[in-house]
Design a protein around this ligand. Structure first.
Ligand code: T4K
Length: 393
């Protein structure tokens, strides 16, 4: 029986509670709870500075931000996107009456493969929605070239990419808009929260109207907006989190390095190479359980669970396998071989600032020396082979 404390895939980083009390006092004194109050304004300014971007609009969460981003650019018709993401990416399209067109991913980065994007463009295509999966930058230059050639918008789902820089520049500056998530499970959290990064003040202003029902003043509504505003409570927490996030990312980098040192020689376990010239945030630690590992992915996943180590199969199933998507022509598994294989092999290992070196070693030890079946029965072997072939349900 496992008697050790469970380890989760992530745990939110929280500041000392006493540091939050003065912020709460200020909210209680002012009674300004929402609708673009002082903490909201201050967090927008400080985040823009921290992230190295010019214009940022805070949101209640990234999903509403994605939905609003599509509205703001009046995207319609078909949008090319990845099946290898959290379901919110594609849901934001359906909420706008847009048809998602899934294309395959690159086997090294797990991001949209630009070569597949071009082949999927039709006269109905209006935009591309790539995801910087695990915070690793997409091939932004190739994507922009395609967008320019075909006059398409690019909306990055950058939910995982807080603080990521390429050649010293924020990865959030690419495309027409980028969307961040500040959910509890993210590198930078405001409990729930999100943001849209805009390229100019005019676009930000339009987005700010959209997240406030379309109001521009007390009596004028200019668009069919929604309520996507971040509250003062979340914004205040964000200001405090910002003071600690550098330390939190530094600890994530230590854990990432420790996993690499403990797992890089394990036969059948593939680690993702750090992307070149990139300051990553180590938001996730994905491993691929390859066919030459002695256990199938799901057997290892279950052994970890039984030992109280709760990794997660982000992203399994593929979005294209969920009921509201699987009827689409682009959802066919035969068109998405890399995504399918990756989804059947992935496990994201626990990574968060409070994870101790001992617990990292405990996770790695289990992967290095899993319990092997005494004699693999035919059924287990068949299931292992089916999973490795990416045919498991
Ligand atoms: N685009 C992408 C690419 C995304 O990954 C996401 C969200 C979005 C868009 C949408 O962003 P938001 O609208 O959420 O801002 C989690 C998150 O709920 C989700 O935000 C995230 N992606 C996704 C990848 O992961 P679950 O279902 O795995 O979360 P859950 O509740 O199982 O949490 C995982 C572990 O974290 C728990 O086992 C324990 C720990 N945890 C979690 C929460 C919520 C805590 O310790 N405390 C907590 O409050 O989806």
């Amino acid at each position: 029986m496992n008697t050790k404390a469970p380890i989760y895939v992530t745990q939110p980083d929280l500041p000392p509670l006493e540091e939050f009390m003065p912020y709460l006092q200020q909210i209680w004194d002012s009674k300004i709870l929402t609708n673009g109050g002082p903490f909201h304004k201050q967090l927008e300014a400080e985040l823009a500075d921290f992230l190295g971007v010019k214009h940022i609009s805070l949101f209640t969460n990234a999903t509403i931000a994605l939905v609003t981003a599509l509205q703001s650019l009046r995207i319609s018709g078909e949008v090319i996107t990845t099946p290898y993401s959290f379901v919110a990416t594609a849901h934001s399209l359906l909420w706008n009456g847009i048809k998602p067109v899934f294309v395959d991913i690159d086997p090294q980065t797990f991001n949209l493969d630009p070569a597949c994007i071009e082949a999927a463009i039709t006269p109905q295509t209006t935009a591309i929605m790539p995801v910087h999966c695990y915070g690793r930058p997409c091939d932004v230059e190739a994507i922009q070239r395609i967008a320019d050639d075909y006059n398409l918008k690019v909306i990055y789902d950058a939910a995982h990419a807080f603080g990521v820089k390429q050649q010293g520049q924020s990865v959030l500056q690419h495309g027409d808009l980028s969307i961040l998530s500040f959910h509890a499970t993210k590198v930078f959290n405001t409990f729930e929260g999100g943001a849209i990064i805009s390229p100019d003040a005019r676009t930000k202003q339009h987005i700010d109207h959209l997240k406030n029902f379309g109001f521009v003043n007390e009596t004028t509504v200019v668009a069919t907006g929604i309520n996507g505003k971040m509250s003062e409570l979340n914004a205040a927490l964000g200001l405090l989190q910002l003071q600690h996030v550098g330390k939190a990312i530094a600890r994530r980098k230590e854990i990432d390095a420790l996993y690499r040192s403990l797992l890089s020689d394990v036969k059948g376990i593939r680690l993702m190479e750090p992307p070149p010239d990139t300051d990553v945030n180590c938001s996730y630690f994905p491993i691929l359980v390859e066919p030459d590992y002695p256990l199938a992915r799901d057997v290892l996943y279950q052994q970890m669970k039984d030992a109280g180590i709760n990794g997660r199969r982000y992203f399994y199933p593929l979005i294209s396998d969920f009921p509201m998507y699987r009827g689409l022509p682009s959802a066919s598994a035969s068109l998405l071989p890399v995504a399918k294989a990756t989804s059947s092999r992935i496990i994201c290992l626990p990574i968060y600032p409070a994870l101790s070196d001992e617990d990292v070693a405990r996770v790695a030890a289990l992967i290095r020396t899993p319990s092997l079946p005494v004699a693999a029965p035919a059924a287990v072997m068949a299931s292992t082979q089916a999973q490795h072939a990416g045919t498991a349900a």
